[in-house]
Design a protein around this ligand. Structure first.
Ligand SMILES: NC(=O)c1ccc[n+]([C@@H]2O[C@H](COP(=O)([O-])OP(=O)(O)OC[C@H]3O[C@@H](n4cnc5c(N)ncnc54)[C@H](OP(=O)(O)O)[C@@H]3O)[C@@H](O)[C@H]2O)c1
Length: 277
């Protein structure tokens, strides 16, 4: 039987995952499917039973199920446990395993945009301390970054994240962010600010050193105001769409047996879809 995969969430209509996986299935001429399924929180246990019973090969999990699903699977990867959220499920010897592909997705795109970035990065400034920030800080720590400074509007969340992941994370006040721009070799926006329909991110880049890497994981608009301003000041840009594309690859490789490439053609397809909205 050919693999049957899903992305579940509630709501789920906005998900671009079917477009990404559908394009890879076409490109590699593989038999199989990847469908959107709207699963309300109360129906999550029944859906996971269907996966266990073999109705699906595996799939992605998005908001609001990324944390709740961990209690329903048999094994959670060390990254998933440390981050406290997962987004990729598969079956292995009759068991359901869960992992978080935001971490490899974020790192793979950073590696592709700035090869060898670790050699120039000592201090990272992370804006935000939500779910995405946890994965990104975990990934940065796994690459041996010296210092990760986290600023968040709600300070308790930044402190909690720094305490949970430990060294080299440090929580700093949200109000300090403009001053910390000067110290950073890599700046990552993980807040929802700057996204279409959300307030702008207020960050003064006048202290940005040319060559500093600025990574905005917001991908709609494709070039956020933060990236545009960083470009004017000689920053090296890393956008959010690349992370979205790269985070899809580990699941596809597990379910369909081919490690897919993030190509300019795939990127163009998703860009066109984002521009439609
Ligand atoms: N490119 C990708 O593949 C990818 C992957 C995952 C997420 N994302 C994007 O990343 C963003 C965050 O996702 P998430 O899952 O981490 O969400 P989340 O857990 O809800 O966290 C949201 C973050 O944004 C901050 N924030 C929201 N409104 C704010 C405001 N008005 N002023 C200051 N800070 C504000 C929150 O601060 P408080 O703690 O103070 O509320 C928190 O740090 C979203 O835009 C999402 O689309 C992109």
């Amino acid at each position: 039987m050919s693999p049957r995969c899903f992305v579940i969430g509630h709501p789920i209509a906005h998900s671009r995952s079917p477009l990404i996986h559908g394009e890879w299935l076409r490109q590699y001429r593989l038999a199989g499917s990847y469908e959107r399924v709207d699963v309300a929180p109360a129906d999550l246990p029944a859906f996971i039973r269907q996966l266990r019973d073999g109705a699906f090969t595996g799939g992605n999990v998005t908001v609001p199920h990324k944390e709740a699903v961990m209690a329903l699977v048999d094994e959670v990867s060390p990254a998933g446990r440390a981050i406290g959220a997962v987004n990729t499920l598969w079956r292995e010897d009759g068991r359901i395993v869960a992992d978080n592909s935001d971490v490899p997705g974020f790192l793979a795109h950073l590696d592709a945009c700035v090869p060898g970035w670790q050699r120039q990065v000592g201090t990272v400034l992370v804006l935000g301390a939500g779910g995405a920030a946890r994965g990104i800080c975990y990934g940065l720590r796994s690459r041996g970054v010296e210092r990760i400074l986290i600023v968040n509007r709600s300070p308790a969340r930044a402190e909690e994240l720094a305490a949970a992941l430990g060294n080299p994370l440090e929580a700093r006040a949200w109000e300090e962010r403009d001053r910390l721009v000067r110290k950073a070799d890599l700046i990552v926006n993980t807040t929802a600010l700057g996204m279409q329909g959300k307030p702008p991110l207020e960050l003064d880049l006048s202290g940005l050193r040319p060559g500093t890497i600025v990574d905005d994981i917001v991908y709609a608009p494709l070039k956020t105001a933060l990236l545009a301003e960083a470009e004017r000041r000689g920053g090296r840009l890393v956008d959010g769409l690349g992370m979205l594309l790269h985070q899809a690859a580990p699941g596809f490789a597990r379910w369909f047996g081919v490690t897919p490439e993030v190509t300019p053609a795939l990127r163009a397809l998703i860009e066109a879809d984002i521009l439609k909205t």
